[in-house]
Design a protein around this ligand. Sequence first.
Ligand code: SF4
Length: 230
Amino acid sequence: MRRTGIAPGLERTFQRRLLRWYRSHGRNLPWRKTRDPYRILVSEVMLQQTQVERVLGFYDTFLTRYPTVEELASARPGEVREAWGGLGYYARARNLHRTARQLIRRHRGHFPKTFGEVCALPGVGRSTAGALLSFAFHIDSPILDTNVKRLLSRVFIQRTSPTPAHSERRLWRLSASVIPKGRGWTFNQALMDFGALVCTAKNPRCDACCFTDICHAYARWTLRGVDRRG
Ligand code: SF4
């Protein structure tokens, strides 16, 4: 057993099946075709509180207007807000703009590669930092967005934690330990896609899921005869 309390064999089964599922069902998204940290950061910030389908309508337009971190840093705040268009949650645009300026000022336009430095950028939380490090620099850094949290909780967590903070710490440990060594890029994308497409918040597609035999939530629902909704 590891610190997560999950048997290594179970983690390996989860890794193998998830990666197999991702090979045939993973989404083909524009920010997955680049390793440019700036472009990846823009996508991650846009995806905070916004669905992929909606972000797709804004991502290219924003990058056409600000193709580099230098160009974003030299823009005026009002212009950036306007370019953010109808995406809403404008604090994200403000933070992205501040981040661009900070990158130019403190890092000479280069993205830092340590977790602490990335987390110090305005509006970049722990999960966004993990996504940036794994997608841009192929560092095995964990993520824990809403989809990933739900998927890991349902599959692995047998008993509820005494407090939300305890649950959060436990899930972060789990999210770090399930990454197969050197596969952070693919694995984190796979976690996100599976949570968004199969293990959804409402009406999870358990009938099409490859984890029914190891999923604690599925076992609980089946035992109680619960309809898997909500
Ligand atoms: S069996 Fe259902 S609840 Fe469990 S991981 Fe699959 S879709 Fe999610």
